[in-house]
Structures are given as structure tokens and as C-alpha cells.
Design a protein around this ligand. Structure first.
Ligand SMILES: Nc1ncnc2c1ncn2[C@@H]1O[C@H](COP(=O)(O)OP(=O)(O)O)[C@@H](O)[C@H]1O
Ligand SMILES: Cc1ncc(COP(=O)(O)O)c(N)n1
Length: 265
């Protein structure tokens, strides 16, 4: 069994953040571990408070895991402050890194700033150059690049421009685009387009977290880049289609639909 690590924030309602990551790792039959960077008081309607973890404890969590356990892939999600970002980067650079997926989480679907505005440059400078793949959504790509992204052609340009900031590969996610759910992958040479029908469903809490963790799990299992993204896209689409109706707001996806379906057969 391969071992995946998430470095991210806790989502108390279990649909996004660390909880989504561990569910996706487990559903995809890898062993999940977590380094918690922040605790959020969150439900399906919004994020109500956050508390960041002391950067020293963030570093210590990373270092004790690397000292003891082989890590086959890492995913980074919510990292709110410059101090936490620098601590993560410093700790990771002490070890020989497996494939690293960086999801540059900035604002929750409910509109809460999960990355402090002043931390954006540190995220780009410290984490993009060590990333095997970054997975910004449209709003994050726009924010980093400073221009509007409205079409698939714009997404291609954005992927190429983001690639110049240091990651080996870029996946610009189109969940916020009008029409079908189209994601654009750029590997430094070629584009690969992943297209799925948009599912008319409100249960999209944590879709980005789930997709990036699924990519990490597939990379850990040895799939090449394009297959890892393809199978992860299949996974998130089906998880959205089987979304779980809890709470009064935007519900979570169903990470374990496969398991439940198997049971019903
Ligand atoms: N309604 C939907 N139907 C199908 N796929 C979707 C839908 N919403 C998002 N996706 C897909 O989910 C993944 C996460 O994308 P997105 O929602 O843009 O990320 P984030 O959670 O970071 O905002 C992408 O592959 C995107 O295309
Ligand atoms: C701890 C944490 N990390 C990430 C997200 C982003 O997920 P979404 O964009 O679906 O709100 C979140 N809401 N909470």
C-alpha cells in the first residue's frame, strides 16, 4: 500500500480540507497521513472562524513523519500565513521529496479568505518551484496572474504563464467556468484537456481538495501524470454526482460511492 500525506487545514464539517483529503486517499486505497496547518470552524453554509497552528508544530509534524515513514506523494492545501508557508518549505527541503501536488487554496466556496492576502507571494515563491503539479481553480489563477480567465483559450494561456512560476505541471480547473467542467493540464510542452459534463448538483464542497488528493494518490500508485489526472477527474465527477445531502448549504461530495456501490451489488 502506498502512503500519502496531506498538509492542509481541518474542515469541521468533513467535506473539504484534511478530512476530504484523507477520505480520498482511503477511497483510492492508499494510506493517508496528515499535517494540520489550521483548524476551521466550518459547516456547509460557511467558514465562521479559523485558528492557525504554530509553524513550529507544523514543521515538527512533517519532520517526524519523514524520519519514520516512506512518503509516496504529498498534497498541500490551506496554508494561511507566511510563517507557516516558510516553515513547510524549509522542512520539506530537508528531505528527498516524492511527487508534490500544491492546491493553492485561497478562498472557500462560501467566500472566506483561507489564505491571508499578504501570503500569496510566499505561496508562489516557496511552494510552486518544488511542486510536481499545481491545481489552481479559475479564481486562484486569476488572482495570481492578475488577468481575467473566461474561456478554455484563456485557461491555456494561464496554465502556460503559471508554469513560468516554477511547477513542473499545471492543472487549471474549470469548475467555475460556464458550461461543462473543463480542466486544462499543461506539462511544459503539451496541453491535455479533461472534459466532463457539468453535474447539476449543489454538493461541491471540497471538490478542489478532493481532486488534488486523488491526483496525489494516483501519482503515489505510479500512474503517469495524464492518467493520474484523468482517473482523478473521473473520481471527482462521480463523487459530485453522488453528493451527500447534509446541512443547509453546499454539501460534500461522496468520497466512498465505490464502496457503497460494491456493497449494493
Ligand atoms: N458541477 C460540477 N460538475 C462536474 N464537475 C465539476 C463541477 N464543479 C466542479 N467540478 C470539477 O471539480 C474539480 C474541482 O474544481 P473546482 O470546483 O474548480 O475547484 P475548487 O474547489 O478549488 O474551486 C474540477 O475537476 C472541476 O472541473
Ligand atoms: C480547510 C479547508 N480547506 C479548503 C477548503 C476549500 O474548499 P471549497 O473551495 O470547496 O470551500 C475549505 N473550505 N476548507
Amino acid at each position: 500500500m502506498k502512503h500519502c500525506l496531506t498538509i492542509a487545514g481541518s474542515d469541521s464539517c468533513g467535506g473539504a480540507g484534511i478530512q476530504a483529503d484523507l477520505k480520498a486517499f482511503s477511497a483510492l486505497e492508499t494510506y493517508g497521513m496528515s499535517v494540520i496547518t489550521a483548524i476551521t470552524a466550518q459547516n456547509t453554509q460557511g467558514v465562521f472562524a479559523t485558528q492557525n497552528i504554530d509553524p513550529e508544530i507544523v514543521s515538527k509534524q512533517i519532520e517526524v513523519l519523514f524520519d519514520d515513514i516512506k512518503i509516496d506523494a504529498i498534497k498541500i492545501g490551506m496554508v494561511s500565513t507566511i510563517d507557516i508557508i516558510e516553515a513547510i518549505s524549509k522542512s520539506l527541503k530537508k528531505f528527498s521529496l516524492p511527487k508534490l501536488v500544491v492546491d493553492p487554496v485561497m478562498i472557500s466556496k462560501s467566500g472566506f479568505d483561507l489564505l491571508k492576502k499578504e501570503s500569496k507571494d510566499a505561496l508562489v515563491k516557496e511552494l510552486f518551484p518544488i511542486a510536481y503539479i499545481i491545481t489552481p481553480n479559475l479564481l486562484e489563477a486569476q488572482d495570481i496572474l492578475g488577468y481575467e480567465i473566461k474561456t478554455v483559450e484563456d485557461m491555456k494561456k494561464a496554465a502556460k504563464d503559471l508554469h513560468k512560476l516554477g511547477p513542473e505541471n499545471v492543472l487549471v480547473k474549470g469548475g467555475h467556468l460556464e458550461g461543462d467542467a473543463i480542466d486544462v493540464l499543461y506539462d511544459g510542452e503539451n496541453y491535455h484537456i479533461f472534459e466532463e459534463k457539468r453535474i447539476d448538483c449543489i454538493h461541491t464542497h471540497g471538490t478542489g481538495c478532493t481532486l488534488s488528493s486523488a491526483i496525489a494518490a494516483h501519482l503515489a500508485k505510479g500512474f503517469d501524470l495524464v492518467d493520474a489526472v484523468k482517473y482523478s477527474k473521473d473520481y471527482i465527477s462521480t463523487a459530485i454526482a453522488h453528493g451527500i445531502s447534509i446541512g443547509k448549504g453546499v454539501g460534500p461530495t461522496n468520497h466512498f460511492y465505490n464502496l457503497y456501490n460494491k456493497k449494493e451489488e
